[in-house]
Write a protein that binds this ligand. Structure first.
Ligand SMILES: Nc1ncnc2c1ncn2[C@@H]1O[C@H](COP(=O)(O)OP(=O)(O)O)[C@@H](O)[C@H]1O
Ligand SMILES: [Mg+2]
Length: 248
């Protein structure tokens, strides 16, 4: 479980407070949706949880099971199964996709079972082929630089491929519904739905509601000005999608 209590976060090197009193609980096996009444703070929360240097902790706590998440470095956080699907997926020059995927796969493998041997490039390529076919990703992508010149759709598929390699426990989806055309969006949403199981948690950050037609959520939090304004079950999202936020 991830438990956030009275979290206050500001932009580093500046006084601007973005998250004011955020208290949320993410239990494993459940899916969540965070809706923001205005457009301020969604990416801050997800980036902060992953340890982005742009954001600074002021007060409050974030626990990952019995540990203090904020004391873990970014690698530990991801090895401990926190995965962020970026609003803007970064392009990283000089790193070959196949090597990147093999590296995260092996780190994860070693973390789970230290005695297991790492996969060599040759074996990994054979292993990854099946996954590429499942996600309809061209094998030629493996030799390209990580996300460089990939379309929005292709970048999302590569993220899903990463999820299928390391099976993160908590998957934060930061506005993955923006910038995809309807067919691409539907494909990605179906892939995420297939990935959702009783050993992981999807945390959907959005200001659209379409994704909720594909993925069932157990709990909806509505945020406003860095605070939790309201919480409820999936019917709350339906209500807001029909009547807007103003009736709350
Ligand atoms: N590094 C930064 N410097 C200045 N302002 C920032 C910085 N990061 C975020 N902000 C501001 O904080 C607010 C929240 O940003 P963000 O979390 O990215 O919003 P959202 O994802 O909800 O659109 C915005 O008003 C944004 O302009
Ligand atoms: Mg954002």
């Amino acid at each position: 479980m991830i438990e956030i209590k009275d979290l206050k976060v500001k932009v580093a090197w500046w006084e601007k407070e973005i998250l004011k009193w955020v208290s949320l609980k993410f239990e494993l096996w459940k899916n969540y949706c965070l809706l923001w009444k205005n457009w301020s703070g969604k990416s801050t929360l997800s980036s902060f949880l992953m340890w982005h240097p742009k954001y600074e902790y002021i007060s409050g706590s974030v626990k990952l099971n019995w540990e203090n998440l904020l004391e873990l470095n970014p690698e530990e956080r991801s090895v401990k199964w926190l995965f962020l699907s970026f609003q803007n997926v970064p392009e990283i020059k000089g790193i070959k996709l196949s090597e990147y995927l093999r590296t995260i796969y092996n780190i994860n493998l070693k973390n789970n079972s230290p005695e297991v041997k790492e996969l060599s490039p040759f074996i990994f390529k054979r292993f990854i082929k099946k996954q590429l076919i499942e996600l309809d990703i061209n094998e030629k992508f493996l030799d390209r630089e990580l996300n460089v010149w990939f379309s929005g759709w292709e970048k999302r598929k590569i993220e899903i491929l990463q999820m299928k390699l390391i099976w993160p426990k908590y998957i934060i989806l930061d506005e993955i519904d923006s910038g995809l055309d309807l067919d691409a969006f539907r494909t990605i949403a179906e892939m995420l739905k297939a990935l959702s199981n009783n050993e992981n948690t999807l945390i959907i950050i959005t200001h659209y509601f379409k994704i909720l037609e594909f993925i069932d959520v157990d709990k909806v939090y509505v945020m406003k000005d860095g605070n939790i304004m309201k919480e409820g079950n999936s019917s709350l999202a339906k209500e807001i999608s029909e009547n807007g936020f103003n009736d709350l």
